[in-house]
Write a protein that binds this ligand. Structure first.
Ligand SMILES: NC(=O)c1ccc[n+]([C@@H]2O[C@H](COP(=O)([O-])OP(=O)(O)OC[C@H]3O[C@@H](n4cnc5c(N)ncnc54)[C@H](O)[C@@H]3O)[C@@H](O)[C@H]2O)c1
Length: 478
């Protein structure tokens, strides 16, 4: 067999067509007819398009990378913009998130959108996204997107879960020392002209115990850094995870809280971690210990933290994440109108507050930009969904340069019995070179490369697949 060649695939896909119907239950045959006609006339490969009933099919167009429109919000890294532009996509990029009404207007026409954590893509926004194939979350989390709604409408979602782990771990190290030495307070005092040279309750961190809650990508990086500075490390995780260095896993959160001088939280936002650290947990912590939260804002009950600090149970805290965070940068946004306890929190001593910057370094943003834009490009150009968080992860090897009249079928459907039989009946008129299918919950995704398909066959293939009962979206790349 000839060697695989990705350039060839790219070239082939320049001519490919994108067929997606965001409402699988209300396919408008009329629109399909228009689109097919336009597509084939435009690409000059199908001079006598089949006339199909016209009513409510969304406008389709030839898949040409020059037609792919990508909306990038929230100052996504230049590395991503460059990768998309190199593909010939039309890129519109904004420094901040958009107001809802503007977002709805823009999302109607784009094929892909890139966001970070401030843009909330609910079903009431996504229902307008009739051309959208893919969402790129250029960050760790994806809970700003209604993943279920997106999946059920054939919109794949990608993120970059671990590109900024090191950045977060380094910030936490800085905070451990800053809290132990009350650096925040000393700095504020100096900025206001106060000289306050004290050593009372200022500590070295060498020999102190760091308790890490959640020993995943960030927690384990932090473990290594902390040990290298002479700290003892214990950790608690719901999974049994092998320790790095001489760190030790403890069997309960309570044990960790009782033993640690510094507690640093690195768990995901799940129902189980809401208010994971609240009054009973502060009561269990060592007198004069410190809390650091750079995970998610829901994990710590801030009112309980304020109380624990007021009675001096907790000697200091560093928070990078909050239950409610402003959607943009600006003065006076971190206020009581956002979180009712804001002014009380900001009035406390030895509390370091940062605006969700744990992962915000040039290195992390650059790595995230490359990772997510590559995932989106592969999905748009080749249908490969490896790394998607809401649809099955499926991949097919690339085609050979000498393979002509090949069509790649990308068929997302409801995961119900009998669909593959129907689809394979349709495909079986041709030589199916390879295919792969997988399911995730109620969604299934089939990729298939079909050989010996001429232009007229493509229209027929599309027409038949479009008419299948449990289809969510179809794209044909050729
Ligand atoms: N501040 C920032 O800018 C920033 C940047 C990146 C990540 N984060 C956040 O940091 C957190 C950790 O990220 P990560 O990449 O290390 O995640 P990860 O998935 O690699 O690790 C999370 C760990 O938490 C454990 N865990 C889950 N539920 C738990 C529970 N109830 N009790 C104990 N352990 C539990 C998991 O088993 C896993 O080992 C996430 O919430 C993420 O959103 C914040």
């Amino acid at each position: 067999m000839a060697p695989q060649n990705i350039d060839n695939l790219q070239q082939s896909f320049q001519n490919a067509i994108s067929f997606q119907t965001s409402d699988s239950n209300s396919i408008n045959e009329d629109q399909v007819s228009n689109s097919l006609t336009d597509s084939y006339m435009d690409s000059n490969i199908f001079m006598t398009p089949k006339i199909i009933n016209k009513a409510n099919i969304k406008a389709l167009k030839p898949f040409n990378t020059g037609d792919i429109k990508i909306l990038l919000l929230e100052n996504i890294n230049q590395t991503a913009i460059n990768i998309f532009k190199d593909q010939g996509y039309q890129v519109e990029s904004y420094k901040s998130s958009l107001p809802e009404s503007e977002l709805i207007e823009k999302i109607k026409s784009v094929h892909a959108i890139g966001i970070r954590s401030k843009t909330i893509l609910t079903s009431s926004i996504l229902k307008y996204a009739k051309n959208l194939s893919v969402i790129g979350c250029f960050c760790i989390g994806t809970n700003q997107v209604d993943l279920d709604f997106a999946g059920k409408n054939g919109i794949a979602v990608f993120n970059s879960p671990f590109s900024n782990s090191r950045s977060v771990a380094e910030l936490v190290i800085a905070e451990i020392i800053s809290l132990a030495r009350q650096l925040g307070d000393r700095s504020i005092e100096m900025h206001t002209g106060t000289w306050n040279k004290v050593s009372n309750k200022c500590w070295e961190i060498r020999g102190k115990t760091l308790g890490i809650v959640g020993y995943g990508h960030i927690g384990s990086q932090l473990s290594v850094l902390a040990e290298s500075m002479g700290m003892k490390v214990i950790y608690y995780d719901i999974l049994a995870i092998m320790a790095l260095g001489t760190a030790k896993q403890v069997s309960s959160l309570d044990e960790l809280l009782r033993k640690a001088d510094f507690v640093s939280l690195h768990v995901p936002a799940t129902p189980d971690t809401v208010d994971m650290i609240s009054s009973p947990q502060f009561a269990a912590m060592k007198q004069g210990s410190y809390l650091i939260n750079a995970s998610r804002g829901t994990v710590v009950n801030i009112s309980a933290l304020i109380n624990a600090m007021k009675v001096k149970k907790i000697a200091g805290a560093a928070l990078d994440v909050y239950p409610n965070e402003p959607a943009k940068n600006g003065a006076n946004l971190f206020s009581n109108s956002l979180n009712s306890w804001s002014s009380e929190l900001t009035s406390l001593r030895n509390v370091i507050l940062t605006p969700h910057i744990g992962g915000s370094t040039e290195e992390a943003q650059s790595a995230i930009g490359i990772e997510v834009s590559n995932a989106l490009t592969k999905y748009i150009n080749e249908g490969i969904s490896i790394g998607a968080v809401n649809i099955p992860e499926v991949s097919l090897r690339s085609l050979n340069l000498d393979q002509e009249n090949v069509v790649r079928v990308l068929y997302i459907h409801q995961n119900v019995p009998g669909v593959l039989k129907t689809v394979n009946n349709i495909l079986s008129n041709h030589n199916i070179e390879k295919q792969f299918s997988d399911s995730r919950g109620g969604i299934a995704y089939l990729m298939a490369d079909i050989l010996d398909v001429d232009a007229a066959d493509i229209a027929k293939l599309h027409e038949l697949l479009e008419a299948t009962k449990y289809k969510i979206s179809i794209r044909l790349l050729y």
